[in-house]
Design a protein around this ligand. Sequence first.
Ligand SMILES: Cc1ncc(COP(=O)(O)O)c(C=O)c1O
Length: 362
Amino acid sequence: MDRIYNFSAGPSVLPVSVLETASKEMLNYKGYGLSVMEMSHRSTVFEEIISSTENSLRKLMQIPDNYKVLFLQGGASLQFSMVPLNLMQKNKQADFLITGNWANKAQQEAVKFGDAKIVASSKDKTYSYIPVTKKSDFRKTADYVHICTNNTIYGTYIKPNDLPDVGDLDLVADMSSNILSEEYNVNDFALIYAGAQKNMGPAGVTVVIMREDLIGQAPDNIPNYLDYKIHADAGSMFNTPPCYSIYMCGLVYQWIDKLGGVKAIGEINKEKAQKLYDYIDNSGFYKGTARKEDRSLMNVPFVCENQELEAQFVEEAEKEGLQNLKGHRSVGGMRASIYNAMPTEGIDALIKFMQDFAKRNK
Ligand SMILES: Cc1ncc(COP(=O)(O)O)c(C=O)c1O
């Protein structure tokens, strides 16, 4: 088996055992004589798949009973507009922390529907840090405060115990690139959303976890698909859901559960990231681009002290089976995305290549 180490920011690496199970079940799912791709979403067997997938996620994230879990389409990008359309209703105000491109896109979308205020931003230093805020920075009248817990492009993140103090305000989080990577307390949030294609499964499904009392605020004149109530009432079966992606997420959730749950994988993630950051910091050849205190466990952007070597680095790494390491065009350099499913061996192989490359090019 010639699998590469895939450092892509998303869609990204999936656990091999999950892919193996999916391939075993591809033609004949558990003796039903058909693939999950071919099943009616109204069949009993698919109903079991979606409900067990939801239950696994509830168990992993300890989602309280007063929260709904929705499996939607449209990516995290559709949530940039669904959230304000549904939640920016009482005072038509929402406050935003701009910690990267995605947070920025969420705010730009919300501007179309109301007063979306930028409370703090790290744009001044290419989003290389998380700005500090205090409770009084947020408007008491804001319908919610929006954050992005992990900034995929810039490699910074807001730690579970370092969320902004928003007092009684509702906190909404785009958790697309670090959901299930570490324990966050769902009770700290009014709504969490995440596209699946980084830490949960293939692209096509977006998970929304929201407090029940927030459902039902959308105006009547919005398209049905954009109203959370429609989806909540229909158990994510308002229309045909992304059945296969949901099934794959279920397999990934089971994989995390078997490893010991989110706490256990969080420890592994910290070790993996620490190993890579330690090497970068001590190399004298590479440099991390994010502020140390705010470094992401999932996306590790770095540059060569001699930037002229970066294209060569990416090209040679590709040949060694270490792929998709080119940094986002807005940061340059390299970025290693090391999501849950990236094995420690992948980190070791990357460090070994980096050492060798540094030796040859010093
Ligand atoms: C943090 C974050 N939010 C949102 C998105 C956009 O997600 P989607 O492509 O699912 O709309 C991404 C994609 O990379 C992301 O990393």
